[in-house]
Design a protein around this ligand. Structure first.
Ligand SMILES: Nc1ncnc2c1ncn2[C@@H]1O[C@H](COP(=O)(O)OP(=O)(O)OP(=O)(O)O)[C@@H](O)[C@H]1O
Ligand SMILES: [Mg+2]
Length: 276
């Protein structure tokens, strides 16, 4: 579903040159929950941004759903991010002046959903994350854990091929962390492909697989089959859940790729080749 080939990203030049990601190969099959860990500065956030098309590699390739994305023109890449990637950040990144429901609706509207369809999807997702009663609240009126649940609902609204989360529990207390982990667990059970960057061993322990980085390269790659989950992928090739093909040869669309059936029905192919 998600693949990096010789992926590298440097910053600065000459004496200040830093290789944040140092030439990395990574393959995340459909349905897998991957945790990426490692010390501060080892390249976790940089890797996540490259995988989600928020940043461009210095060298190497990024493939999502069987398509190479790192060379897409900016507009096509923006469209791809909106439709196929759900980001969750440590500090939530919600729009302060919009209600919880409006925050969740926004990416759906930007992706072309009608206002009633966006409202319906947002309401269903807020219900799914346990916040139906908070839909009209502004972010400032919500707790940290509730804000993060809104951010997760927002990440899901366009039925992304992958959800990428950077320290999603980093600003949360332990009760709120527990709620968020339960949500991620539900996502995994539903076959969502998920990459979690985390310092928190409790978070990493809920994944199917943990890759620890040192200086921009994997120092360890461990399968956690059967630990804390019922649906872990048993090998590196197969999808873990009730998913379709892993997207390398097959070409999953936005609806079928992660085993869910509703939504706008845009294929990734259409997404990549749709011209304004
Ligand atoms: N925009 C940038 N300009 C210059 N250097 C950068 C930039 N972004 C990241 N780096 C450098 O790349 C390396 C990896 O940074 P990155 O943010 O990916 O680490 P991280 O593992 O996410 O750290 P943390 O756990 O503290 O969030 C660091 O040495 C960092 O200083
Ligand atoms: Mg980081």
């Amino acid at each position: 579903m998600l693949r990096a080939v010789g992926l590298a990203r440097s910053f600065g030049q000459d004496e200040s040159l830093v290789w944040a990601v140092g030439g990395m190969d990574l393959d995340v099959p459909a349905g897998q929950t991957l945790a990426v860990t490692g010390p501060s500065g080892c390249g976790k956030s940089t890797l996540l941004q490259l995988l989600g098309g928020l940043d461009r590699p210095t060298e190497g390739e990024v493939w999502l759903g069987g398509r190479r994305i790192d060379r897409l023109r900016e507009r096509a890449l923006a469209r791809l991010r909106r439709r196929a990637v759900g980001f969750v950040f440590q500090d939530f990144h919600l729009m302060d002046e919009l209600s919880a429901a409006q925050n969740v609706e926004l990416p759906a509207l930007l992706a072309g959903a009608s206002p009633p369809a966006a409202r319906r999807r947002a309401a269903a997702l807020l219900d799914r994350v346990g916040l139906a009663a908070r839909a009209r609240h502004l972010p400032a009126q919500l707790s940290g854990g509730q804000r993060q649940r809104v951010a997760i609902a927002r990440a899901l609204v366009n039925e992304p091929l992958v959800v990428l989360a950077d320290e999603p529990t980093g600003n949360l207390d332990s009760a709120a962390t527990h709620d968020i982990l339960r949500l991620f667990d539900e996502l995994r059970a539903a076959g969502q492909t998920l990459v979690l960057v985390t310092h928190d061993e409790r978070v990493a322990a809920t994944a199917d697989r943990v890759v620890s980085l040192r200086d921009g390269l994997p120092a360890d790659d461990t399968r956690l089959d059967g630990v804390g989950n019922g649906g872990g992928a048993g090998n590196l090739d197969g999808p873990g859940g009730p998913d379709g093909p892993d997207g390398v040869d097959g070409m999953p669309d936005v609806d079928g790729g992660a085993g869910r059936g509703n939504g706008a029905g845009f294929g990734l192919d259409a997404l990549l080749h749709w011209e304004d």
